[in-house]
Design a binder for this molecule. Structure first.
Ligand SMILES: [Mg+2]
Length: 358
């Protein structure tokens, strides 16, 4: 069994289009993630196509592209695929142009449905055939009630995405999934969803980019990486966003990435193999194993064997080896993860850029 796939050439040379998540990968709030603008520019200069894929259904592609351009990542609106577009794509694949669609959401969702030729309405009294629900900060009781009235009258319910929370600077905010849950609590029926981790958004993004060998880059295992696996695309996990080393060690099979990187410079570097040697999993000079007696992970440091505990630091190759050890142990035991409590370890930045990563 192989955990984490080696790439002898950099991903930018191996694949043709990168499907990049935005928040936690390219930017964090208003600012660019360290190294992201330079790495994307270098990858594009080498011929890699780029499509940004976001579960944000509120901001239209033109707004997303303008924000990216402002932080030093020049982007055209055609290089952005939103969950709103994915939802509109699903509606137009099943309904004729002119179909009345009740939109519960913002500008991005209304524009995406109009672009597919749908007639956007705001009231259940307009007899919509479909209710499409996406996040917008202004969505409240009145809109949710229109959705309920329309669904009870026979309209189909589609959600742009089901993210329970939305990252904000002050912490987690109510996400679209939580607003959808209010409607579901009243209807008793779950909607179909098109955003990550559903593969539809990645498949539509790859098709729009004309990709033959696409790959996904993300920072969340339960959306980006699970969606990559569902679509059958390789998935690189970067450590600049939501899910860090502890989440990776406990990662369930359907969310495991195929490569790990500190940040988007991982687009430009080969990725090492992780190979089994007896009880140990080895990545270049690093080695790790799972100790089933104590339920802990052990890394080799020269002659010393260090049991990973809270506060320990590992380098990226040690994390790769430790992930393989933990995932292999889970697969052998036939459980999603063997680690009931993950050691809260941190990944050391490369020595050459210590201090460059926040
Ligand atoms: Mg993200």
């Amino acid at each position: 069994m192989r955990y984490l796939e080696p790439l002898e050439a950099a991903p930018a040379q191996t694949f043709d289009v990168a499907l990049l998540d935005l928040d936690g990968v390219v930017y964090r709030g208003p600012d660019a993630v360290a190294h992201a603008p330079e790495a994307i520019a270098a990858a594009r200069a080498g011929g890699l196509g780029v499509m940004y894929v976001t579960n944000n259904a509120n901001r239209p592609p033109s707004t997303v592209a303008a924000h990216l351009t402002e932080i030093g990542v020049p982007t055209e609106p055609e290089e952005v695929t939103t969950a709103a577009q994915a939802a509109a794509g699903l509606v137009s694949s099943e309904h004729a142009p002119g179909t009345r669609v009740l939109v519960v959401g913002g500008t991005g969702l209304r524009e995406a449905l109009a672009a597919e030729g749908m007639t956007v309405v705001r009231s259940a009294d307009d007899d919509p055939a479909v209710v499409v629900q996406g996040f917008a900060p202004e969505v409240g009781w009145a809109e949710l009630t229109e959705a309920l009235l329309a669904i009870n009258a026979g309209a189909e319910h589609i959600a742009s995405n089901l993210d329970a929370t939305l990252p904000m600077e002050r912490g987690s905010a109510i996400g679209n999934g939580s607003l959808v849950a209010a409607v579901v609590n009243a209807t008793g029926t779950m909607p179909r969803s098109t955003g990550k981790p559903q593969p539809a958004i990645f498949e539509q993004a790859a098709a729009r980019a004309g990709a033959e060998r696409p790959f996904v880059v993300g920072d969340r295992l339960d959306t980006d990486l699970e969606g990559a696996r569902a679509a059958g695309y390789p998935g690189i996990h970067v450590l600049t966003g939501v899910d860090l080393a502890p989440a990776l060690l406990a990662c369930v099979p359907e969310q495991r990435p195929t490569q790990l990187a500190h940040d988007l410079r991982g687009l430009l570097e080969p990725h090492p193999a992780v190979e089994q040697d007896g009880l140990w999993w080895c990545c270049r000079g690093a080695a790790a194993r799972f100790d089933s007696d104590s339920g802990t992970l052990i890394v080799a440091r020269g002659e010393d064997h260090l049991t990973l505990t809270d506060g320990d630091e590992v380098d990226l190759d040690e994390l790769r080896a430790a992930c393989a050890a933990a995932w292999d142990a889970a697969d052998r035991a036939g459980v999603p993860t063997v680690l009931t409590r993950c050691p809260q370890i941190r990944v050391r930045p490369d020595r050459k850029d210590a201090g460059a990563i926040a």
